[in-house]
Design a protein. Sequence first.
Length: 253
Amino acid sequence: MKYLIYLLVLFFQFKNGLAQNKKIAFSGEISYEKKINRYPRANRILYNQKERYDIANYLSELKKADQFEVQKLKLLFSKEESLMTNNTGERNGVVDMAIDAPLSFYYRDIVKDSMTFGRTVLGEEFLVQDRALPIVWKYTDEKMNILGYECKRANGLYRDSIYVVAFYTNQIPVSIGPDSFNGLPGAILGLSLPHENISVFATEVLLKPVVIIKEKTNVKNKMTLHTYLSLLEKSFAQFDRIRINENLKTLSY
C-alpha cells in the first residue's frame, strides 16, 4: 500500500512538472497594451512654457479630452532576435510629438546586442542603428501574476535618470520586452515608467515558432542614436532647454 502511494505521488509530481514545462518556450508572439496619461505628461514636459498661448490652449484642450491614449504593440521573438511593431502612426506637430512619438518598429539582435528602430518625425522617416541601450537593473522579491505567468519585479535605471519598474517571467527565458526595454533573464510582461506616466502590460502570449522579417531599411535618413538625438534637439529648440534634454531621453525608446 505504501509503495502504491509512493508511485502515485511520483506520477503526479511528474505530470505537474510536464504541465509547467509546457509553458517554457524560446519563441512566440506577445501582444501589449501601452497606456499614456497624456495630460500630466504634457503638463510636466511643457511646464516652463505654460504662459505661451499655444501651449496653454494645447494643455486646456488635452485636459478636457480622454487623457489616456492606448497603443497596441506586437512583439515577435526568438532566442536570437526580436521585433516589436507599433501602428499608432506619426504625430501632427512638434508639441504633440514632444509628449509621445511612438516607434514604428524596434528590432533587436539579441546575439550581437544591437538595435535598429524606425520613427517618423515631422513627416520624415528615420532609421537608427546602434548598440542596444543598457539598463541598470536591481532585483526584488516582489512578484505579480500576469496572464498566468509568475513574474518577478526588477527596478531599473534607463539612460541614467529614468526610473523603470518591470515584471519579467523565467518561464519565457529570453531577454526581451516592449519597446527597447530588455536585459532581464526573461520576457518582460509588465512595465511601468511612473514618472513618465506610461505603463505597458501584456494582453496575450502565444508560444509558437515564428519567422521574424526585418522592417524596411531603405530609408535615406540612417544614423546612429547620437546623431538622431542631435537632430531632435534642433527640432525642439523652441522649448525650454532643460525640458528638451529630459524629453529626448524618453524619445530614444
